[in-house]
Structures are given as C-alpha cells and as structure tokens.
Design a protein around this ligand. Structure first.
Ligand code: PEP
Ligand code: MG
Length: 322
C-alpha cells in the first residue's frame, strides 16, 4: 500500500471516470512546505498565517512576514498557495496583544473582525503578502466572513494597499485571487451573493460545523453533535459549491472534513474542486479518489441530502464505496 501511494506522488488526482480535483496541504509555517511537497500536494489550500503571530513575542514586522510568505511561495514552485489572513482571537490568544475578556470568545472579537477594527495589523500583513506575490502563485482569503459588507471592506483595504505599493513602483502580481473562508452559516446561506465578489470559497468545516450545530468544537460533552456528514452540513456545503460554480468560481475545503474518508465520496458528488488536508493524508486520499466514479458519487450525494440522520448517510456511503 505504501509503495502504491509513493507512486502517486507526482500524479494528478483523478477519479475513475476522469474528473480532476486538487489535493492540497494545510500548513502552519513555511517549513511545512517540504512535507507538503514530499506528500504530493498539488497546492497549499490553507496557510494558517496566525502561527507567524503566535510564534513571536511581538507583532511580526512586515519584513519578517514578507520573508515567510516568500519562502512558502518559492518552496511550492509555482503551485498555488492560499494564505489565510490572521485568525487570532477565539481560542488563539497573543501574549503581546491585549484582547477583551469575553464570555463567548468563539462568538467574539476574532479574525476578520479584529482585522477590520485594528487595521494597521491587517494592512501590514497585506503589504507583506503583496510584496511576496511575485515569488509564486499567491491567493489570499479572509477568515470568519459573515456578511457581504465585511468581504467588501476587507477587499477594499487590500485594493488600497495594492494601489499604494504599485504607486511606489513595487512589483506586485496582478493575478492574486482574493477569496474567503466559508465557516459561518449566515455566509453559507448567502453564498450566491458573496460569490459575486469573492474569487473563491474555502469551506472551514471545523468552524462551520461548530456554528451550525451550536456545539463547541473542543467540548467532549457535546462532541456527539459534531457531525460532518449530517444532512444539514451537507446542504450548506452544497449551497456553497453550487453558488460558486454559478459565478464561474471554485470552492475548496480546508477543514478536517476534506480528508475524512467518509466525507470525500460525498464531497466528490457535490462537486467540490479542492481538498486541503494535513499533508500526510494526501496520498491515501488520492489513491481512494482514483477508485471512485463521480457519476456514482453524485447519486450518493443526492440521496444523502435527503437523509434524516448522519447514521443513514454513513450507511449509504458504505454501500456506495464497497
Ligand atoms: C476551519 O474552521 O475549518 C478551519 C480550517 O480553520 P481553523 O481550524 O484554523 O479555525
Ligand atoms: Mg476556522
């Protein structure tokens, strides 16, 4: 089995009936790029940039960030790297950045909310990204977008910083895709509206499930509600993918669900374009996908969307992937 996976390292990810998808890696630091390449990643689907902030004793400078993004882009040799702008707050605190004490940090001041409020932090990161963009194929996405207005505001700041750099004569790639994480149910429900503005979506199922089920993703006592393949979640995922495709955009997934062997057949059937997971799951997933037919998985997904329970969905997946 290991030998078979090894052979798949430099191959594309193609289903039994010839549909190509992208299998990408989630990374936290530029050094993780090596593992991504070693495991046959076709892209980086999620660079969790907040690790640059968490591994530091003060806010990382524009130059420090520039070096990190450049290293990741160069390391991927022209393959796409999706950098998520910092997702601090919630459970991720910074010792040097005082944040308000909150009763519900997961529902509080985090990610894009913090960035739109403390814009100097956000603008510094965007400048570093823009300057690094000429070293590879960069895409940027904003975490925790809930509304069209938030996306527009974040994108406008990006455009302002880009224009200012160009004005100064700094070389900036002009094909940077700017997309968003889909991890809040409200955003998933208006995916058709957001798809007009975002170049792509990346579904963050770790949070999307938590917020949909109103069940803390780290709380053992309510973990029975953490059901990636519950029809409710599948319907949200379908809404997101369909909305992006209607606008000629693409959808990836960078939550744990993307590498989950029960979910992958369903996601193929729903038309997901990119699957981003921990690097060590990529070859196994590529091997699995090779055996699946998209047409059959569409039939599976249709039936799953109409199920009542996750248990029913899981039984269907078993039947269809035997
Ligand atoms: C997610 O929410 O699914 C996600 C990928 O982001 P994080 O796990 O970093 O919150
Ligand atoms: Mg998240």
């Amino acid at each position: 089995q290991k030998a078979e996976w090894e052979q798949l390292k430099n191959e594309k990810s193609v289903t039994a009936d010839g549909k190509e998808v992208i299998l990408a890696a989630n990374i936290g630091t530029p050094q993780d790029v090596e593992g991504a390449n070693d495991n046959g990643a076709e892209a980086v689907g999620l660079f969790r940039s907040e690790f640059l902030y968490m591994d530091a004793s003060e806010l990382p400078s524009e130059d420090d960030q520039f070096e990190a993004y450049k290293e990741a882009l160069e390391g991927m040799n022209g393959k796409q790297v999706v950098v998520r702008t910092m997702d601090i707050g919630g459970d991720k605190k910074l010792p040097y950045l005082p944040l308000p004490d909150e009763q519900n940090p997961f529902l509080g001041y985090r990610a894009i909310r913090l960035c739109l409020d403390q814009q100097e932090i956000f603008r510094t990161q965007l400048r570093a990204l823009l300057r690094a963009s000429k070293y590879g194929k960069l895409a940027i996405m904003f975490p925790m977008i809930a509304t069209v207005q938030e996306f527009k505001d974040a994108k406008a700041i990006f455009e302002e910083e880009k224009a200012a750099l160009v004005e100064k004569g700094v070389e900036v790639a002009d094909d940077i895709q700017v997309g968003m994480m889909m991890e809040i149910p409200a955003a998933a429900m208006i995916a058709d509206k957001l798809a007009k503005y975002a170049d792509f979506f990346s579904i963050g199922t770790n949070d999307l499930i938590q917020y949909s089920m109103a069940a803390d993703r780290g709380n053992e006592r309510v973990s029975y509600l953490y059901q990636p393949t519950n029809p409710s979640i599948l319907r949200l995922v379908k809404n997101i993918i369909d909305a992006s495709h209607k606008e000629g955009k693409w959808t990836g997934m960078c939550g744990e669900m993307a590498g989950d062997q029960t979910a992958v057949p369903l996601l193929l059937g729903l038309g997901l374009d990119e699957y981003s997971m921990s690097a060590t799951s990529i070859l196994k997933t590529r091997s699995f996908i090779k055996k699946l037919s998209t047409e059959k998985m569409k039939e599976l997904a249709d039936k799953a969307l109409d199920c009542e329970t996750e248990a029913e969905v899981q039984a269907l997946v078993k039947e269809y992937t035997k």
